[in-house]
Ligand binder design. Structure first.
Ligand code: ZN
Length: 132
């Protein structure tokens, strides 16, 4: 079902980014940021990290491009745009959508860019790599 591949890919990316407990801390900080739950359905435990923008479309493995997701959601979503996919789900809700948007756009820092989000071809969101 491709789970192993996703994981291998993810671990590889994170290996490039950092190592050892820094890596674990990085993943934990993402999951804990969402209470350990899948950011989409918010009922299952997040066991995977979903690339908001798929790597095949140039997505990074930085915090703002990673969301904790359960395997079910991660698989179901595949490489679709998260919002396109999310809006079709029975568990879709506005609050979750806003939280996700805040996360991936780093809204606190770049309010003015939010207007552009209807453009699907946006290449960059602002990646703020805070020293953890
Ligand atoms: Zn889920």
């Amino acid at each position: 079902m491709g789970i192993a591949e996703d994981w291998a890919e993810l671990m590889f990316s994170l290996d490039c980014l950092s190592k050892g407990h820094a890596k674990r801390k990085f993943r934990k900080s993402i999951k804990y940021g969402w209470g350990g739950l899948c950011c989409y359905c918010r009922s299952n435990r997040a066991t995977t990290l979903d690339h908001v923008k798929p790597k095949c479309k140039g997505g990074d493995s930085l915090r703002s491009n990673l969301l904790p997701a359960c395997q079910c959601c991660n698989h179901s979503k595949g490489s679709q745009h998260w919002l396109t996919w999310f809006q079709k789900q029975p568990f879709y809700n506005e609050t979750a959508k806003e939280l996700i948007e805040e996360w991936i756009t780093n809204k606190r820092f770049i309010e003015e860019e939010l207007d552009e989000r209807s453009t699907d071809n946006r290449t960059e969101v602002c990646f703020t790599e805070s020293a953890v």
